[in-house]
Ligand binder design. Structure first.
Ligand code: HEC
Ligand code: HEC
Length: 372
C-alpha cells in the first residue's frame, strides 16, 4: 500500500468507526471485573548473567558497608529465605533497626518495596542504593564503594566481564548489578502454581479447601492476590505498637531519625512506627503497612512488620480474630479443619529453599602508584 492509500484507508476506517459509534452512544458494557485471586508465578525474568554474577559477588561483599563489617547477606541470609530470623533487624554498628527484615525471594515481582511502601518495586537498584548508603543499614559512601571495588581484583574481573574492559567501576552500575542478582532469586514453582495455571494436578483435598476459603469465606484474597499474594498496597491490621521498640533506645533513635528524614511533622513526638503515614503524611495512612508476600513464609519467621508473631498459626489467628484495635479486618469464624486447610495452603507456597551459592570475598591488591 502506498503512503497515500494507507492514509485514505485509515480515514475510511475512522469514518466507519464514527458511523458505528455516533456521538453520545453508550459504550459497550465492560466485562465484569474478576475478583482478585492468587496467581501462578510468571516465567523467570531474563537477566544479563554476567551482570547478575557481579551482583552476586557484591551481595556477599562486606566492603560495601562503611566499616567493612556487614554485607547484604548479613541481614538477608540465603538459608533463611534471605530474611534474618530476628523479630527486628539489626542496624549498622551502634544502631538497631525498628522493623523486620523481609525475605527477598521473588522480590522483583513486588510493586512497592519496604514495609511502608516508600520505594518503587520497578526500581530495585534504588532500593539497593538505599541499603548501601543509608546510615542505619550499611552506611557507605557510593564513591568510596567504587574505589574499593577497583582495589579488589576478583571484583574488577567480574566488573570487566559484565561491563567491558574500558570502564571504571561506577556506583549506579554496581547497584544495578545487585538488582540484577535479585532478579534471579525466584521463589520456586509449586503444585499450587501448576493448579492455578490450569494444569491437571492432584492437589490434596485440604489444599483445595484452603484455596476455596482463601478466595471465599476467609476473605484473604482481598489483600493477598497476584503471583506473590500481595496487592502491593498498605493496610492497617491494628498490630499493637511493639514494646521491643519502645524499650530499646537504639531502635527508638533509628525510628525517630527515620521520621525526621521522611519529613514527618513533629517527628520527635511520634514514638510508634507510623508505616505509610511517614511517606504520605495522610492521617488515614497511620499504621498502614504494605501487604507482604505469602511466598516462602516457612523460611522467613517471625512475621509482620515488627516480627511480633512467631508462627504462621499465630498470624492466622490474629487475622481471623479481626486483627487489633482500629484495624481493617473483620473477624471470621472458622472450624479447626478450615484453619488447618488455610495453613496447608500457606505451607504449600513454601517449598524447600533452592541452593544459593554464596560468594567468598577476595583480597584487596595494592594498585601500582601513578597508574593512568
Ligand atoms: C542491617 C541490615 C540490612 C542490611 C545490611 C541490608 N538490608 Fe535490605 N532490608 C533490611 C530491612 C530491615 C528492610 C526493611 C526496611 C523497611 O521496611 O523499612 C530491608 C529491605 C530490603 C529490600 C526491600 C524488600 C521488600 O520486600 O520490600 C530490598 C530489595 C533489600 N532490603 C535488599 C538489600 C540489599 C541488596 C542489601 C545489600 C546492598 C541489603 N538489603 C542490606 C535490612 C538490611
Ligand atoms: C485487609 C487486608 C488483608 C486481609 C483481608 C488479609 N491480610 Fe494478611 N496481611 C495484611 C497485611 C497488611 C499484613 C502485614 C501487616 C503488618 O505487618 O502490619 C499481613 C500479613 C500476613 C501474613 C504474615 C506475612 C509476613 O511475612 O509477615 C500472613 C501469613 C497473612 N497475612 C495471611 C493472611 C491470610 C491467611 C488471610 C485470610 C485469613 C489474610 N492474611 C487476610 C493484609 C491482609
Amino acid at each position: 500500500m502506498s503512503g497515500g492509500s494507507r492514509a485514505r484507508a485509515a480515514c475510511a476506517a475512522i469514518l466507519l468507526l464514527a458511523a458505528a459509534a455516533p456521538a453520545g452512544a453508550e459504550k459497550p458494557p465492560a466485562p465484569p471485573a474478576r475478583p482478585p485471586a492468587l496467581q501462578a508465578l510468571p516465567p523467570q525474568a531474563r537477566v544479563d548473567t554476567a551482570l547478575a554474577e557481579l551482583g552476586r559477588q557484591l551481595f556477599f561483599e562486606p566492603r560495601l558497608s562503611g566499616d567493612g563489617s556487614r554485607s547484604c547477606a548479613s541481614c538477608h541470609e540465603p538459608a533463611r529465605g534471605f530474611a534474618d530470623g530476628q523479630p527486628l533487624s539489626r542496624g549498622y554498628n551502634g544502631s538497631e533497626f525498628f522493623r523486620n527484615a523481609p525475605g527477598l525471594l521473588s522480590v522483583q515481582l513486588k510493586t512497592r518495596l519496604t514495609w511502608d511502601g516508600r520505594l518503587d518495586g520497578a526500581d530495585l537498584a534504588t532500593a539497593v542504593r538505599d541499603m548501601v548508603t543509608e546510615a542505619h543499614f550499611m552506611n557507605a559512601d557510593a564513591r568510596l564503594v567504587q574505589e574499593r571495588v577497583r582495589q579488589i581484583p576478583a571484583l574488577m574481573q567480574a566488573w570487566q566481564r559484565a561491563v567491558g574492559d574500558a570502564s571504571e567501576p561506577y556506583a549506579p552500575r554496581l547497584f544495578g548489578a545487585i538488582a540484577e542478582y535479585l532478579r534471579t532469586l525466584d521463589a520456586p514453582d509449586t503444585p499450587v502454581d501448576r493448579h492455578l495455571r490450569g494444569e491437571r494436578v492432584a492437589l490434596p483435598p485440604a489444599l483445595r479447601e484452603g484455596l476455596a476459603l482463601f478466595h471465599g469465606k476467609a476473605g484473604c484474597a482481598r489483600c493477598h492476590h497476584g503471583p506473590l499474594g500481595s496487592d502491593g498496597r498498605a493496610h492497617r491490621l491494628g498490630v499493637p505498637a511493639s514494646p521491643a521498640i519502645a524499650g530499646d533506645a537504639l531502635r527508638m533513635i533509628t525510628l525517630l531519625r527515620h521520621h525526621a528524614t521522611m519529613g514527618v511533622p513533629g517527628y520527635m513526638d511520634e514514638r510508634e512506627d507510623l508505616g505509610a503515614f511517614a511517606v504520605s503524611k495522610v492521617d488515614a495512612d497511620r499504621g498502614r503497612f504494605v501487604t507482604p508476600s505469602l511466598r516462602m513464609l516457612t523460611h522467613t519467621a517471625p512475621y509482620l512488620h515488627d516480627g511480633s508473631l512467631a508462627t504462621l498459626e499465630d498470624v492466622l489467628d490474629f487475622h481471623l480474630r479481626g486483627g487489633g484495635a482500629a484495624g481493617e479486618l473483620a473477624p471470621v469464624a472458622l472450624e479447626a479443619r478450615e484453619r488447618a486447610a488455610l495453613l496447608a495452603l500457606l505451607r504449600a507456597l513454601s517449598p524447600p529453599l533452592p541452593a544459593h551459592p554464596e560468594s567468598v570475598p577476595q583480597d584487596y591488591a595494592v594498585l601500582p602508584r601513578g597508574r593512568r
